[in-house]
Design a protein around this ligand. Structure first.
Ligand SMILES: NC(=O)c1ccc[n+]([C@@H]2O[C@H](COP(=O)([O-])OP(=O)(O)OC[C@H]3O[C@@H](n4cnc5c(N)ncnc54)[C@H](O)[C@@H]3O)[C@@H](O)[C@H]2O)c1
Length: 333
């Protein structure tokens, strides 16, 4: 199987490529990434020279470039996106470029040059907005709150329209918050680990009661693999491990694991439009495709903390002053 993966130098895409190359001997991968801030070539440096892996520096919104690549692949899995909510509040335009224009150009390339290829658009629970009680199903209304989630929702509806109008074998996955190795240090969990370890204050928005449903990144990657292999045309699959925690609980767990005091927590001005709670019902992927998460939060977070402690040479070059800011959405990125 020849697979085109986009955004494969980022957090989830690089974990996905590593998993596929380790576990599927039949799989060859071309990875297209525009080397935006969230990317890191070190994530996959161990595969340089591997005959089953090739990297191409390119923008998914470049229609001509993508058309040339898409022609002779069996499937496309697209992780490429601008992903940080704070950055989308400070500077929304690049989100429109990658998350809407990029998806559109991939769909056009598929329509004109490889309409039988399978296509998985990797999306997010944030497109549904927040929910106080219960959980969103795949049929729930899209009510995005931030420029990031609005751009992802717009990309998703284009995918649905192309599956229906042009018959593309396109599918969408919507996953909850991921954590694990290789996550850029501006996101909550790695940021907390690295700041706690250095004795710095840990900024928490508002009162810290915002709830996220956490999943270990490899469980997400295995779910995407199942959708790629067995998912039905035009379908959406929610992915969640049902591990809901408030931000305060997550930070508290990490501080405890590192033997640090909760005095390191500093409550800071809330992010505008901050979603209160995310929760997904993932019955469909469990029943239809037989997927189940393998990792619980207690083990996964221990594994993740240990990975960051043992891989200083990976994250050290990525730290800069902006990552230490208590209110990143106020910065001019
Ligand atoms: N991180 C999460 O918790 C989470 C949860 C659910 C869904 N998702 C989705 O999963 C995908 C991957 O997320 P991530 O956390 O790995 O993000 P990331 O920011 O770590 O990686 C995104 C990658 O996409 C690349 N990219 C951005 N714009 C591009 C463009 N125009 N052309 C080519 N490459 C481009 C970047 O260079 C980067 O390597 C995203 O689509 C995101 O919406 C993430």
């Amino acid at each position: 199987m020849k697979l085109l993966v986009t955004g494969g130098l980022g957090f989830i895409g690089s974990n996905f490529i590593r998993l596929m190359l380790h576990e599927r001997d039949d799989c060859r991968i071309v990875n297209v990434d525009a080397l935006r801030y969230g990317s890191n070539p070190d994530n996959l440096s161990s595969f340089i020279g591997n005959s089953r892996y090739a990297f191409m520096n390119g923008d998914i919104a470049d229609a001509k470039f993508m058309a040339g690549l898409i022609k002779d692949v069996d499937a496309v899995v697209s992780f490429a996106a601008e992903t940080h909510v704070d950055r989308s509040i400070a500077n929304p335009e690049s989100f429109l470029h990658s998350n809407v224009g990029g998806v559109f150009s991939l769909l056009e390339a598929l329509r004109h040059h490889n309409s039988s290829a399978r296509f998985v658009q990797v999306s997010t629970d944030e497109v549904y907005g927040d929910i106080m009680d219960g959980s969103f199903t795949e049929k729930s209304t899209l009510q995005p709150s931030s420029p990031y989630s609005a751009s992802k929702a717009a990309g998703d509806v284009f995918v649905q329209a192309y599956a229906r109008t042009y018959g593309l074998h396109a599918m969408i996955t919507r996953c909850t918050n991921n954590y694990g190795p290789y996550q850029f240090p501006e996101k909550l969990i790695p940021k907390t680990i690295l700041r706690a370890r250095s004795g710095l204050k840990i900024p928490i928005y508002g009162t810290g009661q915002n709830v996220r449903d956490w999943i270990y990144v490899i469980d997400h990657c295995r779910a995407v693999e199942q959708v790629l292999m067995k998912g039905r045309k035009g379908e959406i699959y929610n992915i969640s491990a049902s591990e809901e925690k408030s931000n305060l609980q997550v930070v508290g767990t990490i501080l405890q694991m590192l033997g640090k005091s909760e005095d390191q927590i500093e409550f800071v001005e809330d992010r505008p439009g901050h979603d209160a709670r995310y929760s997904l019902d993932s019955t469909k992927i469990r029943n239809e495709l037989g997927w189940r998460p393998q990792e619980n939060f207690a083990d996964g977070i221990r594994r993740t903390v240990n990975w960051y402690l043992q891989n200083v040479e990976w994250w050290k070059p990525l730290m800069d002053d902006r990552l230490l800011s208590p209110a990143p959405w106020k910065l001019n990125w």
